[in-house]
Design a protein around this ligand. Structure first.
Ligand code: ADP
Ligand code: ADP
Length: 239
């Protein structure tokens, strides 16, 4: 069964803008899905309905066969822990070390104040090192985040998301501000997490060319509608 299902999902913003229009499709567990479309097509909105950063107007988003719309409190926190997310602008604390940034991924396990005060156990720090190892950046552990290249910063953001041990990784235009070389490092990292750790990866991209290089499947949005759905590969379901 699919890890995520969209069933007649509509999203209309408060000002009347249509974000999503009758979206219907399933995402199998372990898929590397790329969502393409012009700016304003609804890619970011689509991604954000999965972890409830945006509320839908009607329909259902199912994660592991459960509708997430009514989740509150503990259930919502649990949902968000299962779903890592990275953004175009990395959202790192620029003046903090790479290690501190990665450890801040434990927000959600710990109260925020514990993270702010830096109360981490040796076990946490070991996990941060391991997360950085997954993105091949252990050598930058004690560098300041703003000393790194854009591509390295994005990989730190991925490591931070890995601290939650997510089943799903959402990447909203993760390479939009990167050059081709660092783009490859970031996309390769996402691909490795997908292939080696079985994380279901959903990436918003502008470039169809890049999508073809990495995706198991490409879906296209236009004006909030799903207008295109192309399997690149036959994906086997892991359960
Ligand atoms: P994409 O990620 O493909 O660029 P978005 O999901 O960001 O597209 O936007 C889809 C549509 O919804 C666009 O018309 C955009 O302007 C609009 N939109 C996005 N966020 C908001 C918001 N908070 N309020 C109103 N309209 C929004
Ligand atoms: P991006 O394309 O990188 O997602 P945007 O400039 O589309 O960035 O959006 C930046 C912020 O403004 C987001 O929080 C988005 O939800 C909001 N936003 C986007 N379009 C609109 C809109 N038409 N009206 C109000 N808010 C919007």
């Amino acid at each position: 069964n699919p890890i995520i299902s969209f069933k007649h999902v509509n999203k209309i913003y408060d000002n009347g803008t249509v974000g999503l229009k009758d979206i219907n499709f399933d995402i199998p567990r372990g898929q590397f899905l790329v969502v393409v479309g012009l700016s304003g097509a609804g890619k970011s909105t689509l991604l954000r309905t999965i972890n409830r950063m945006h509320e839908i107007t009607s329909g259902e988003v199912l994660v592991d066969n459960e509708s997430v719309s009514d989740y509150k409190g503990k259930a919502l926190r649990h949902l968000r822990r299962q779903i890592g997310m990275i953004f175009q602008n990395f959202n790192l604390v620029k003046r903090a070390t790479v290690e501190k940034n990665v450890l801040s991924g434990l927000v959600g396990y710990y109260p925020t104040w514990r993270c702010v005060l830096g109360l981490f156990t040796p076990h946490d720090r070991k996990r941060a090192f391991q997360a950085l190892d997954r993105v091949s950046l252990t050598k930058k552990l004690f560098s300041r985040a703003d000393e790194l290249s854009g591509g390295q910063q994005q990989r730190v953001a991925i490591a931070r998301a890995l601290m939650q041990d997510p089943k799903i990784m959402l990447a909203d235009e993760p390479i939009a501000s990167l050059d081709p070389r660092t783009t490859k490092a970031v996309m390769d990292t996402l691909k490795r997490l997908n292939r080696e750790d079985g994380i279901t990866v959903i990436v918003n991209l502008h470039s169809v060319e890049l999508a073809r290089e990495y995706a198991d499947r490409i879906v296209g949005l236009r004006s909030g509608e799903l207008v295109y759905d192309e399997p690149i590969d036959q994906v086997t379901e892991a359960g």
